[in-house]
Design a protein around this ligand. Sequence first.
Ligand SMILES: Nc1ncnc2c1ncn2[C@@H]1O[C@H](COP(=O)(O)OP(=O)(O)OP(=O)(O)O)[C@@H](O)[C@H]1O
Length: 265
Amino acid sequence: MSEAANDTMSTSEQPIVCEIHHLWTEFDKLVVHRNLDLTLRKGEVMALVGGSGSGKTTLLRHIIGLTQPSSGQIKLFGYVLGKLNRDQQRQLRNRFGMLFQHGALFSALNVFDNIAFPLRELHQFDEDTIHLLVMHKLALVELEPEHAQLLPAQLSGGMIKRVALARALVLEPELLFLDEPTAGLDPDRSEAFVELIQNLRRQLGLTVLFITHDVATLSALADRVAVLADQHIVANCPIEALGKVDHPFVRNFFHSVKQHLARLN
Ligand SMILES: Nc1ncnc2c1ncn2[C@@H]1O[C@H](COP(=O)(O)OP(=O)(O)OP(=O)(O)O)[C@@H](O)[C@H]1O
């Protein structure tokens, strides 16, 4: 269980941040989501797990409004996606940050300009303020000021994730989405990145939804685990409670979690 889990035992009384009802996604004849429901509350750190191709990234893309489901409803902070005017969309967009699996940094922009990008798009801040905000976020993700001038091609995998995280945090979002935050990192870097997210969660009180295949990342970070299988959420509970769920994917998955926890003890 994550060390922050005790602090969030009362999250069942917290406001709902993201609510998904009766969601269907179909690509031609392929049904990816069938009547899927999911609720995420303020302050929760939820892992979304499922087999390869089960529809995790597609779901995340729907939640952040990059793509639309075939039917069903997604509410973020109480707003129904698809029913917002441009201003509301922009305001909503500024309340969450997204860390894409491979960082999705702009290769032609240096670290500073990558992190500054969402700020400059707002047209609200002068360059002195942007400088302060960017350098603050760089320090927050434990990178050095001199890293600001480097191009993405000059960064290690772990540094790319940190810069992408700084960019995701630059507008001070309440909600953070992470797609495979530790994929591609060696175990040491992966552990360091998990620690960074734990620290940020404590400092910023973030709500987090993250996709992972990595049992170590999941065990260290998640308060709850939502399991996507058979086109819908078959379990949504604290890690320990997964053992009570009678589903073949969940059984196998829980077995790997237990093995991991046994290795730690
Ligand atoms: N735009 C699209 N058009 C057609 N099929 C798609 C599209 N996007 C995703 N799919 C299909 O939807 C299914 C779910 O894909 P998705 O990437 O969401 O799975 P995932 O659970 O994130 O997988 P992984 O863990 O391997 O990253 C896959 O079969 C994929 O091929």
